[in-house]
Design a protein around this ligand. Structure first.
Ligand code: TYD
Length: 143
């Protein structure tokens, strides 16, 4: 997996006019999956690290619709990249099976997450060593 496969920044078109800004995100058009779920994260302190997991199934797009945050992505083979989410018309696409940490939240951060799946706690890998093992050795329990 190279850095591009690990994550890619998306720039959405802005439908602004004199009344203000609007960004539209449609599944399979502006992002590479149908949207099954949305959630948003706000009120996280600057020193909080969220995420700290990989997902076997879910793909995500993260958009800071207000404020800023950072996301660190790791492929489990020693490659990592940090992306700044700091504009409401840009997002980051994260495929399944990447490790992600979200951190450095501004006080006004509202991080919108679009997901390709409904929530299933079973598909989360929350132990980094286990993630590395699965990436590098495969795993009999993989779905
Ligand atoms: P968690 O995955 O720890 O959040 P983050 O990835 O931002 O660190 O989720 C926090 C809690 O919310 C946890 O108890 C699981 C629950 N949750 C749901 O019930 N549905 C969801 O879609 C998500 C993302 C989380």
């Amino acid at each position: 997996m190279n850095l591009i496969q690990m994550a890619s920044m998306l720039e959405f078109s802005q439908k602004g006019d004199e009344r203000g800004h609007m960004v539209v995100v449609e599944g399979m058009k502006d992002i590479p999956f149908e949207i099954k779920r949305i959630f948003y994260i706000y009120g996280s302190d600057k020193d909080v690290i969220r995420g700290q997991h990989a997902n076997r199934e879910s793909q995500f797009v993260l958009i800071n619709v207000a404020g800023t945050s950072k996301v660190r992505v790791k492929d489990g083979k020693g490659n990592e990249a940090v992306y700044s989410l700091n504009r409401p018309h840009t997002g980051i696409y994260l495929p399944q099976m990447v490790w992600k940490d979200m951190y450095d939240f501004s006080e006004d951060s509202v991080l919108l997450v679009l997901a390709s799946t409904e929530y299933n706690a079973e598909e989360y890998i929350r132990d980094y060593d286990e993630f590395v093992k699965i990436i590098n050795c495969g795993d009999a329990r993989s779905k």
